[in-house]
Design a protein around this ligand. Sequence first.
Ligand SMILES: [Zn+2]
Length: 232
Amino acid sequence: MPTLAGMTWSELASRPVVLVPVGATEQHGPHLPLSTDTDIALALAQRAALARPACVVAPPVAYGSSGEHQGFPGTLSIGLEAIRMVLVELVRSASSFATATVLVSTHGGNRAALDEVRRTLGNEGHRFAIFTPTWRGDAHAGRLETSLMLAISPGRVRRPLAQPGNTTALAELLPRLRAEGVRAASPSGVLGDPTGASGGEGEELLATALDELLLVVDEFAQRKEPTCPELL
Ligand SMILES: [Zn+2]
């Protein structure tokens, strides 16, 4: 599976579809590693590259906008403006050699930044997409993310420590999270209930997201370069 970091410039002659995993470094309860969002984005991008040889996986963006998790040790947030600028510049840069660039994003806290990235780049003519899986489930470090990590990297899940956190619906909880941070709403950092998580469920979630991602990739890979209009 080709990775951008492992290739030489001369091996990139065929204008690849560049997949940039976009995650975060933030607390995910006492049972999941701080790299959880990045691990999930990277796993998805890697699976897509295995399925489509036109793709290469760029080094992941492992930092994002995670201010609401700052009450927990280990969270490293660069904030909305910094991640916005990083992603805008990465797409501009990749456009010089890529058929298209796909930001594979799995960190919900980056949503506002990604909206701005889309707006900023929208009129610049780059071929790019922002892909976020449409998983439904609990909000943070619950059954959804624990299942995904059990599929991706089971040895790094501290299973005995996976306990229910605050299970209030995210929409209801959001104003408090924004005002007071996650720690005020959930002392463990878990928003959801990871106890029913399983690797099998995680594999199904990954397969669904992979299908969605491959649709995006195939659209770029099949689209022909614009042809010159006929002279009148
Ligand atoms: Zn997460």
